[in-house]
Design a protein around this ligand. Sequence first.
Ligand code: ADP
Ligand code: MG
Length: 263
Amino acid sequence: MTTTAANSQHPANSLELRNLRKTFGSLEVLRGVSLSAQKGEVISLIGASGSGKSTLLRCVNLLEKPTAGDIILDGETLALKTGKAGLEAANRRQAERFRSRLGMVFQSFNLWQHMTVLQNVMEGPLHVQKRPKSDAMAEAKTVLERVGLGKKFDAYPAQLSGGQQQRAAIARALAMQPDVMLFDEPTSALDPELVGEVLNVIRELAEEGRTMLLVTHEMRFAREVSDRVIYLHNGIIEEEGPPSQVFDNPSSDRCRAFVSSIH
Ligand code: ADP
Ligand code: MG
């Protein structure tokens, strides 16, 4: 266990967002979102299409420039400065360090097609973390075995099913040993019969005590794995609580309608 000054101030919070805002032109997509994920906490983000879920995850790892707000990891605030399209990192090295602690999994896998599965997973440890090749390869093999792809090291993405590709994408994120995993509708692009194998991997990660922020339309799964569920509506947290509250007894009528429309 490492104890830094930052850690001791915020002992339990792994990821914290304070008043995050994002506008695209005149469109206000995030209108002040604050949340904190404690270490090991699994938070599901639900909400209608267009409510800002993807934008929120993308702002967290600076794929999108927030308009205002703070991003805090383990008590350390990411330094931001005003740029053209919003806030950008004031310190590139700090931003890279932050981003390498966040593992992102997208709906569309985003594997490099010209590389084998093993090469895809080694890429981050090798070129971002600059770990020795033998070390990167050992790490990649370990995480691929964990997601059930121990026999697919040399396959190319096109030779895999969607479920296998998404598991490889999860392995690629895990190989960076992230503190927080961000999932953006990881099963939405999959044929129904392939959803289960990906959810099983995510469930195992949740049970291991990983900190996770998961955007999903799989309400039964969200209920099962989440410590907390956040319902986003028009860029604002409209309901937030344990799954039993958000799904069974929400105070927001809109949340109730949304949840029952998906069930
Ligand atoms: P969700 O993931 O909840 O479906 P998004 O975060 O993708 O929602 O989008 C929220 C809103 O932001 C939508 O109205 C969408 O059209 C808009 N939006 C997202 N990305 C951009 C962009 N790069 N430029 C302009 N508008 C965007
Ligand atoms: Mg989305």
